[in-house]
Design a protein. Structure first.
Length: 82
């Protein structure tokens, strides 16, 4: 004959009190995790153009190379602002 398993309750043990644990804060570490993660969420129309991560990375690398080779343009000042 099998022994009956004790049912787990969602209550704290009698020797614990809620006040022993201090204040609870929802999302306490959410800001730190958000700043250290490198996950990027693409908008749906962008995701259709880039079906996988390899294509996204290749495209971004090309854009970086293009930006590095492009000359900065000078803005001509008008005489009125001088």
């Amino acid at each position: 004959m099998k022994k009956a398993k004790p049912q787990k309750s969602d209550e704290l043990r009698r020797e614990y009190k809620r006040s022993d644990f201090g204040p609870m804060v929802r999302g306490k570490y959410a800001k730190r995790i958000a700043t250290t993660t490198n996950i990027v969420i693409l908008e749906p129309e962008i995701a259709k153009a880039f079906p996988n991560d390899r294509i996204v990375n290749d495209t971004l690398r090309s854009l970086i190379r293009l930006a590095a080779t492009a000359r900065p343009t000078r803005i001509k000042k008008s005489r009125a602002s001088v």
